[in-house]
Structures are given as C-alpha cells and as structure tokens.
Design a protein around this ligand. Structure first.
Ligand code: ADP
Ligand code: MG
Length: 728
C-alpha cells in the first residue's frame, strides 16, 4: 500500500471521532458572572486593599501617576491571597518580546523555612520587577550575551489575572521588558510611550477648545481577528502546517470560495462549541468578546471584541490568539493564525479599529450628526489624515513580515499602497473645508424597502468600502493591513506616534494664533484647508484592488512598498529616526535593533519554508510521483506486450516523466539556493531570501501542484485543499 494511508486514515479518524462539545453550561454560569471572574480588577482591589493603597493604585492606573514602592508590598500580598484562593501556586511576569509572541517564566509562592516547613510569599519587589535571562530573546544587537540582564516591569494599567491550568493555576502579571540599560526589548514599552505622547498632544488641542475636564486621552482599539480551523488529523499530516503555519504545496480545489456560501453562513457545530469555550475563557479574563462569524474562505472565521484602551486591547489580543490555539486543540481542531495558510483563497488579517478617547469618555473621532460644524472633530480628523499622508511608509512597515507579504500587494485585501477612505459624507465635508468653511452635511435619510411590514431603516450617510487599507468607519478609522498573526502593538505604536506629531503641529499653530489674539475658529479655518490640500493625495474612495488605482497611485506619487524587504529600510530613514526620537517612542538604537530583528526574522522564515519545501518535495511528493511513474511504465510495457494500441498511456508516461524531471530540477535549484550563503549584512540576506529562495520555492510548488493533479489519488501523501478545507 502506498502512503495514501495517511490521508485515508485521517479522514476515517475524523468521521469516527466523537468530540465532547458540551463543555460550558451557560444555563448555570451566567455571562455577567463569568466576566472578569479571574481578573484582579477594580472591584477585587477595592475589597482587598487598604483604602489608601487602593486610592494610590487607582491614581496610577487612571492618571499614570508614579507608583509609591511602599504600597507594592500591600498590593502583592493581596494579589497572592486572592490568587491562592483561586488555586494558584505560581506567579509569572508576562511580557511581549520581539518574537511577537508572549513569554512567561513561572515561580512558585513557596518559601522554605528553617524548621523544614514552608510559607507562601509574594513581595512587592517580586511584583514590580522580574529578571528573566534576556539572552535568548531577540535584541537586534541591543544586548550582548555578556550583558544578558533583562528586566520585566509591572504594568499596573493592565490588571493581573489567573491562568487556569489542569493542575493548579498561575497568577499572571502583565509587564514591560527592558534591557538593563533601560532600552525596550519588547512591544509593550514603545506602545505605552506612544500612548503618553498622543495623550499630551491631544490634551493641548482639547484645552484650546476649552476642555479642562479631561486629564488623559487614550487611543482605543477593537481588533477583529480572522483565523482558520481545520481538523487536527489533517494538520498532523502536513509538515508545512506544523512547521511553517502555512501550506507550501496544494493544488487549487475544484470548489474554493467562489460560491460565496461561507461568509456569515451557519457555523458548524464543532466550531461553534469551540468558539463558545474560547469566549467563556476570555470572558473570565474580562476580554470583551462580542462578535463571531464565518469569514469569506471555507473554514475561516472571525472573532471580535468590543474596543478598549490600546494597551489593554493589545494584551487581550495576545490572550485571544493564545486561547484560540489552546481551546481549538480540545475540539480536535488546529487553529491557523497565519496570514495565508492556503494559496488561492482569502488570507487572514486583523482589522485594527482605532480612535482616540478622553478619560471622560468622549470619542474624539465621533463626527456627530453635523460634522461640518463640529470644529473639534474636524481638527482631530484632519490631523489623522495628515499623519497618514506624511508617514504612509511607516504604517506599511509596521505590518510587514514574510507571512503578511502573501496578503498585502498580492491581489488581496488591502493592497500595499496606503490610502484613506473617507466615504461620501466625510469626503463632502472635507471638500467644503478645503474651499473654506463647510456649510452642510449630507444626510443619509431613509431607505425605501418597499415592504410595509418592515421598519423604515435609516440609511448610513456613507457606504462601506472593503478594499481600503485605512478606512473611516463612522466614528473610528480601521487599519486593515495588519496581519492575522501579528501583534497589534507595533502598528498602534506607529499610528499613535504619527498622529501625535500631527496634533503637536496643529496645537502649536493654534496656540500661537490664539495667543496673538486670533479667534480659535478663524485660526482653524486658516489652518485646515492647507493641510487638506497637502494631504489629499492619500485619500481614495474607489476600488483599491483595481489596476487603475495602482496607476493612479503611482501618478500621485504614493509609495507602493510591495514586500517586507522593500519596506524595512524605512525604519532607518532619517525622517523616521527624527520622528521617533523626538517623541521618545523609540531611541535610535531601539529602531536599529527592530530593523535587525525584522530582517533576521524574514530571513529565518523564508529559510525554514525553503528547507521544508525541499524536504517535502524530496521525501513525500517525489516518491509518490515515482511510484505512479512506475505503475504507468508497467502498464505501458504490459499493453505493448499484449499488442494493443497504448499511445495514450505512452503520452501520459511522457508528460508525467517530464513533469517529474522538471520537479527534480526545481528542487535541486532550491537546494542550491538554500546552501548558498549570501555575502553582506542582514539586509543583503533578506534580499537574497526574497529574490532567490522564495522564487525557487514557488517554482517547486508550481510543479508539485501540477503533479497533484496527475498522480493517482491513492498515492498522494498530503491531505489536499479539498479535504482540509471541507471535511469538518
Ligand atoms: P466590521 O463591520 O468592520 O466587521 P465589527 O462591528 O465586526 O465591524 O467590528 C468593529 C470593531 O470596531 C469592534 O471591535 C468595535 O468594538 C470597534 N470599535 C467601535 N468603536 C470604536 C472606537 N471608538 N475605537 C476603536 N474601536 C472601535
Ligand atoms: Mg472590519
């Protein structure tokens, strides 16, 4: 028997499997009780902390006041007692190193005593600072191994929580991760810095409008996560999925997503059960999950929370990805978070819905019913437009990576050209603004449905546009280029910083004008049209996928950084360094380190994929093809001996043989490319990976997929697209 066993066994196992689907009982556990049950939240803090300690902690959380170390001991003890009641034996600092994942190291609360017994202890010092060995995390040259010290620092603005395990729980403390020279080795620290910068600049603008109540402006984020779920039996039979997160081979299935029968379709039972448990676990951690649905591609889904402040939203997003992977496993499913697990059908992104809000709850991008006379909204909105127009390449590079390259610029949601969609209503207001002072706002009115039993529906003043990388969607902007597996920290750090720079510019102008006796609204009218004139080249309300747009964008001089290697040098450009160092979001060394890490990551990713492609080509696909070739050759000989016309069989043998020969040659070329070591620095290596290895890989894949369409099905060793995507 051939190796087809792997596939038929997988399918048989799936058909026979009985999964325990009723694992959470929402009749007994009410949503509202579940929510935040495992979080050391304000309510728990109030109950368990002395009043003065509680107040000091709240001041830190709400206003960013520096925390008095004296109160840390109090907080730590209360946390430990609470956690132990919840079954915790250990605590860990959770941090977000430059791997883009989270990292943790657990320590128990146990302290042995002189009498041979033990007590439990958790000190303020342990809460506030940890010291994991930093040497095994990417630092991009910030830290040599001889100075391996790295510190984790408690982030009191993201509450501690309980991670339940099968044998005891762990108290998890969100932290920032720094080198002992104080440089950020993580993704959280720059995000927090960028939020502070934006807050400072936004408050300046608000003060001009007479707002004295707001003490802080924070950015809000609601990230929509797309992902695939496929049966684990298939997953285990695909070395590429296990090791690269995406399929490196696989012919297009006869049925893909063309019938459009998946999007918002009814959710398969096992998947629904899995989603519900993911949500239940996330509710316990106070992650405000709101929406679930089928996505466009077969076996693709989405989970979206209600927005929160960016720091918390980022932490919660990391938890969401982890929970999806972990819980899927319990249902016999593998969760694929890769940006493009399957060629030829939609990939997965993470729409980053973004706005700015005051601590008094005002959304600064809410246009109200009449944006034309909402000067404050116009100032903030135009500041965002200016930021995107000035720094489109920074936004582009913030979402770069080998995996996301298969989406961006690859004829799929959104292109690599950064542009803004405003929609009819806002575009109209901006057009008026550019000409002077806007006088009116187009209203949506009501839709005529033509069925009297249905209620009249108010029409939105602007239609939706699904193709824009950066779209205004009512009261927020949606940055859609973020990849499904990426941390949202980087893109939001960039977004916050570039908008802070714009707000700084606007505030400086307006403050001066007002100080010299000018009326604020007059000053705004003087300022905004100029900004719009300068920035409007980045606005595009049409179809971003069209060939015309690509030409038009080029004519407008908009950058089109098609892939990661094209995008990465932006990080070290003078204007980028000037921007980030001016606002102290990244130091020059921190930028240099991120550039190095991203180059290295690209090279490593492509190399791993290249090795896997060569390995699978040689040890899985070629043997199957050779076996089939042997069978066909035997048939050709037998028919010849029998004296019948075998010209069709001979033809098959010929074309099969030539495909196999080409496949072997392409594999050899790939192997040669993999063995060659490009001279030069890490960027030269990245270029080489893109221009030699990736191209050689694609060649092997093309021929491998051709073989899949010729070789006998019972000999084919890899679960196929039509199986992985449709057998549930
Ligand atoms: P879509 O139609 O784009 O799929 P969804 O309703 O699924 O939209 O998701 C919209 C996301 O935008 C949600 O996560 C929502 O909480 C978030 N959102 C809404 N208002 C804001 C805001 N002011 N700031 C940030 N995110 C927001
Ligand atoms: Mg969306």
């Amino acid at each position: 028997m051939g190796s087809a066993n792997v596939r038929s066994q997988a399918i048989q196992a799936i058909a026979a499997a009985k999964h325990t689907l009723n694992r959470v009982n929402f009749k007994e556990i009410h949503l509202k009780d579940l929510f935040g049950d495992n979080v050391f939240n304000v309510e728990v803090q109030r109950q368990r902390l002395p009043k003065n300690v509680f107040k000091a902690l709240q001041k830190t959380i709400r206003q960013g006041a520096t925390l008095d170390p004296a109160i840390a001991d109090n907080v730590a003890t209360a946390m430990k007692d609470w956690a132990m009641e919840k079954g915790a034996t250990h605590f860990t600092h959770l941090f977000q190193p430059m791997t883009g994942l989270t990292a943790e190291k657990h320590d128990s609360f146990l302290v042995p005593t002189a009498d041979g017994k033990a007590i439990t202890e958790f000190s303020g010092k342990e809460l506030v600072r940890g010291e994991p060995d930093a040497s095994s995390f990417p630092s991009g040259g910030i830290r040599a191994t001889f100075e391996a010290r790295g510190y984790t620092a408690w982030d009191p603005t993201s509450p501690a929580f309980i991670h339940e395990g099968p044998n005891g729980a762990t108290l998890v403390i969100p932290t920032a991760f720094l080198s002992w020279t104080g440089e950020a080795l993580d993704k959280k620290t720059p995000l927090l810095r960028s939020m502070e910068v934006l807050s400072t600049q936004a408050l300046r603008v608000l003060r001009l409008f007479g707002n004295t109540e707001a003490h802080k402006v924070f950015t809000t984020v609601g990230p929509e996560q797309e992902y695939f779920l496929i049966d684990k039996n298939f997953y285990y039979a695909r070395p590429d999925l296990i090791n690269a997160g995406r399929t490196l081979f696989g012919a297009r299935p006869p049925k893909g997503q063309e019938l459009e029968d998946q999007y918002f379709g009814s959710i398969p039972e096992r998947v629904l059960a899995c989603m519900a448990e993911v949500e239940a676990e996330l509710f316990k951690l106070a992650v405000p999950v709101k929406t679930r649905h089928n996505e466009v591609a077969p076996s693709q889904y989405e989970i979206a929370p209600i927005f929160e402040d960016s720091n918390l939203a980022t932490d919660h997003q990391m938890l969401t990805m982890e929970m999806l992977r972990r819980i899927a496993d319990k249902y016999g499913l593998a969760c694929l978070l890769h940006e493009k697990p399957f060629a030829g059908i939609n990939g997965s992104g993470k729409h980053n819905n973004w706005s700015m809000s005051t601590d008094t709850g005002e959304n600064l991008l809410n246009p109200g019913d009449t944006p034309h006379d909402n000067a404050q909204f116009l100032v903030f909105c135009v500041a965002v437009i200016r930021a995107v127009a000035r720094y489109p390449e920074l936004l582009r590079v913030s979402v770069s990576g080998a995996a996301n390259d298969h989406r961006l610029g690859a004829n799929e949601a959104p292109p690599a050209i950064i542009s803004i969609f405003l929609g009819d209503q806002l575009q109209d207001v901006m057009d008026q603004l550019e000409q002077g002072s806007p006088k009116s706002t187009k209203q949506g009115g009501f839709m005529e449905i033509g069925v009297s039993v249905l209620p009249k529906l108010p029409r939105d003043p602007g239609d939706r546009n699904r193709t824009s990388p950066f779209a205004f969607t009512g009261n927020k902007f949606e940055f859609r280029a973020v990849g499904a597996s990426q941390s949202i920290a980087g893109p939001n750090t960039v977004l916050n910083t570039i908008v802070a720079e714009s707000l700084d510019y606007v505030a400086t102008y307006l403050e001066k004008a007002v100080a010299s006796g000018k009326d604020l609204h007059k000053a705004i009218q003087d300022l905004l049209p100029g900004i719009l004139k300068e920035s409007k080249k980045v606005i595009f309300n049409g179809d971003n996928y069209s060939e015309e747009w690509h030409k038009e964008a080029e004519r407008r001089g908009l950058p089109n950084l098609r892939n990661t290697v094209d995008a990465l040098p932006v990080i070290l450009r003078k204007d980028s360094i000037d921007l980030f160092t001016k606002y102290k979001v990244y130091s020059e060394r921190e930028l240099q380190s991120r550039y190095t890490i991203l180059c290295e990551h690209y090279v490593k990713t492509v190399n791993i994929e290249g090795q896997l492609t060569a390995m699978m080509a040689r040890t899985m696909i070629l043997p199957a093809a050779l076996r089939y070739q042997g069978e066909v050759a035997a048939t050709v000989n037998a028919t010849k001996a029998a004296g019948v016309d075998n010209s069709a069989q001979s033809e098959l043998l010929k074309s099969l043989t030539s495909t196999i020969t080409a496949f072997q040659a392409a594999t050899a070329t790939l192997e040669k490319a993999l063995h060659h070591h490009a001279a030069g620095d890490v960027f030269a290596h990245a270029k080489y990976a893109r221009d030699s290895i990736l191209i050689a890989m694609n060649e092997v894949r093309g021929l491998g997929d051709k073989l899949e369409m010729i070789v006998a099905d019972d000999l084919w060793p890899l679960p196929t697209y039509r199986e992985m995507l449709f057998i549930k």
